[in-house]
Design a protein around this ligand. Sequence first.
Ligand code: 7PM
Length: 273
Amino acid sequence: MVQKFWQCRDRSIDLSSPKIMGIVNVTPDSFSDGGKYYSSAQAIEHGLQLAEEGADILDIGGESTRPGAEEVSVHSELERVIPVIEALSARGLVVSVDTSKPEVMTAAAQVGAQIINDVYALRRDGALEAAEKSGCGVCLMHMQGEPRTMQKNPVYTDLLSEVKSFLAERARALTDLGVSAEKIVLDPGFGFGKTASQNFELLAKTEDFLSLGYPLLYGMSRKSSLGAVTGITKAEERLISSVTAHLLAVERGASIVRVHDVKQMKEALTIYK
Ligand code: 7PM
């Protein structure tokens, strides 16, 4: 049986019913020319709105790990995410930081982040140690390759067993440092170094991943693989695909869904219950 709680620093998240992680991007370019203060104010506002709509966790990201994205410096990532994490945590909300950089993990935990969400699964130098010291809950995600190039030519001999053994190895690396298994959640990494059909195989086999013994998180919101089967090319128009895919993942055993459209996901989960 998979644990019913996610232990995250001073909070314990009840996983006996599915939980929603709302996506909060802090990307200066996504906002008009209002400067740094303006973009963090907008992100805080967005986070508060998602919390009101039913998000259980707010995932704050400074865009360093997005597929196709260029690297962002530690300095600018801190500048983007820290004020937002601090403000939302101060309101008593559960905040996760979407980062691969140990410096950002440490600083985020110091201003109240309860969770580290790392698409590199703590493979960067110093990341395992930073996560351990932070006391945060951790989401470990599978990715083949690097965000800039991973979609070029994903190759697997056996997709399921490769993703599973990677996740088991990363969880083991963390527990070997003394981190309690109750702090760990695993994510097969939909869209990260996989073709559309490989992504759908991960969704079909959600139950298989439960044998790893950890709660599962799925993040498929608006992703291009959904568009690859529906023909919907605009990301913002993939709402029904996103809600459907996440509901299927939950039905097959996932505990947490990471989504842009919190209100609609909440509505779907209300019917699911
Ligand atoms: C373009 C494509 C921009 C994809 C951004 C994305 C995941 C994640 C992301 C996930 C976990 C997005 C993604 N995806 N963290 N961060 N799982 N744990 O949709 O699937 O925001 S970035």
